[in-house]
Design a protein around this ligand. Structure first.
Ligand SMILES: NC(=O)c1ccc[n+]([C@@H]2O[C@H](COP(=O)([O-])OP(=O)(O)OC[C@H]3O[C@@H](n4cnc5c(N)ncnc54)[C@H](OP(=O)(O)O)[C@@H]3O)[C@@H](O)[C@H]2O)c1
Length: 423
């Protein structure tokens, strides 16, 4: 008979319910108490003993028998205060809360070090996909040069449906909300905040530096049109919301924005709500991790893995999981300004249908040191205007922005319909 390790849960929503169901199969774990907001809510869990529910989280964080606190309530308050107090009370922490780790990780990890406890957060990035532990442990022999991922299922679902149905963003967003794939307030997902929290976490462990979340450049997908998706497709690309981080020596290039991804790149085939992360290391080359990035059971799978990792060591050693402890010194990464980044670009321009317009666009690009890879006119559209799509070779963002400004000021140009970076 195993000695049971007592754990406490803060939250019993989508993830918390999955954690209870998954951990019920393990006889070395006892879920002693679960804090919820609303004690009268019906719970979708068979044989749940109502006595283990409480609306007072202090009962959990102050219980000396509880060795592990699993935070699956989300948000910053009261989660931050509860985790802080739990650490001070000597409890190991497991959390699925990317926002909390991305914004307050530094303080929490330092506190955890002081109190000799571990904070694990596998579920905070890409839900059910194992990625934190593989980077920290299995890929430790690599100098990682780049991470690129599809880290938000909602936006990937929207872009997939826009492509399949040829529908506008707003229409598909509404559909996703009706199906429960997008939140009533979708800002965090569609504007790139959620993906930014996740890439901040992955970069901090891959590059061993602290990341200031406010310095990450973010651009969402609300500006992408079915027409952009169609043009990209004709050029041999898919449009995806990409969260990426690459080592540029003195600086780290960390950002979230839509990209044209070549169809032969492994990320191009990640559709619907799935997530994927590509990691490039000097020894391994390129590896991709893919799978469900959210949902009750996939996310619970990651949380349960973390619980069992700690529970397996807790009685054997006074210093469990040394490899998962934060090794950062206090240096913040210097994040490369978006204007200094180098990319290839897709530029969609609506112009008057007059002779010389294409040549003029080429001349402006040349003046700013930008080589064109391809330029095509997509026929005549509304009001005798033409749609011209340019694909550039790699160029500096600030040169592209200057060229686009100059193009937009030409009397023959009606609008810059979109500017999207190309992988
Ligand atoms: N959902 C996913 O697929 C997924 C995937 C990866 C990561 N995550 C992360 O996991 C965390 C939880 O997400 P979720 O989707 O499970 O959220 P959720 O369904 O909204 O559940 C939140 C739970 O926290 C409880 N709660 C909220 N405020 C509380 C308070 N002040 N005191 C006590 N309990 C409180 C709620 O109680 P009541 O039930 O009484 O309202 C509820 O049980 C978030 O950080 C999220 O970002 C979620």
């Amino acid at each position: 008979m195993h000695k049971k390790i007592a754990i406490g849960l803060l939250g019993l929503g989508t993830v918390g319910s999955g954690v209870v169901k998954v951990l019920s199969k393990f006889d070395n774990i006892e879920i002693k108490k679960i804090a919820v907001k609303n004690l009268t809510k019906t719970r979708n869990i068979k044989n749940l003993n109502p006595e283990i529910l409480t609306d007072n989280p202090d009962i959990i964080i102050n219980d000396p028998e509880i060795k592990i606190v699993v935070e699956v309530m989300g948000g910053i308050n009261p989660a931050l205060g509860l985790i802080t107090k739990s650490i001070e009370n000597g409890k190991h922490i497991i959390t699925a809360n990317k926002e909390l780790i991305a914004k307050h990780g530094k303080v929490l990890f330092e506190l955890a070090k002081k109190h000799n406890v571990v904070i694990l957060y596998e579920a905070a990035v890409a839900g059910g996909i194992p990625i934190v532990m593989p980077i920290v442990q299995s890929l430790a022999g690599n100098k990682i040069s780049k991470i690129a991922g599809i880290l938000n299922g909602t936006t990937n679902y929207i872009l997939t449906k826009m492509e399949e149905e040829g529908s506008e963003f707003e229409h598909v967003l509404k559909e996703a909300q009706d199906l429960g794939y997008a939140e009533a307030d979708p800002t965090g997902d569609v504007q790139g905040y959620d993906a930014a929290y996740k890439i901040a976490i992955l970069s901090s462990i891959a590059f061993n530096k602290r990341i200031n979340i406010n310095e990450i450049y973010k651009e969402g997908i609300s500006n992408i049109s079915p027409e952009d998706i169609k043009h990209a497709n004709e050029f041999g690309y898919k449009i995806k919301l990409i969260a990426m981080a690459q080592d540029c020596g003195e600086t780290l290039d960390v950002r979230v924005h839509p990209m044209l991804v070549p169809k032969k790149h492994p990320l191009a085939s990640i559709n619907d709500v799935l997530n994927a992360v590509v990691v490039e290391g000097d020894a391994v080359g390129r590896v991709m991790f893919s799978g469900p990035g959210a949902g009750e059971f996939p996310t619970a799978s990651s949380v349960a893995g973390d619980v069992l990792s700690i529970a397996g060591e807790i009685e054997k050693t006074g210093f469990p999981l040394p490899i998962m402890r934060c090794k950062h010194d206090d240096t913040n990464a210097k994040i490369l300004d978006i204007n200094e980044t180098k990319n290839k670009y897709y530029i969609n321009v609506q112009t008057e249908n007059l002779p010389g317009v294409i040549g003029d666009l080429g001349t402006i690009c040349g003046k700013h040191g930008i080589n064109l890879y391809s330029i095509i006119q997509q026929g005549i559209v509304k009001n005798k205007t033409a749609r011209i799509v340019l694909l550039t070779e790699a160029a500096c963002e600030k040169d592209i922005q200057a060229a686009v400004k100059e193009i937009s000021e030409r009397p023959t140009v009606k609008a810059i319909k979109n500017l999207i970076r190309v992988m």
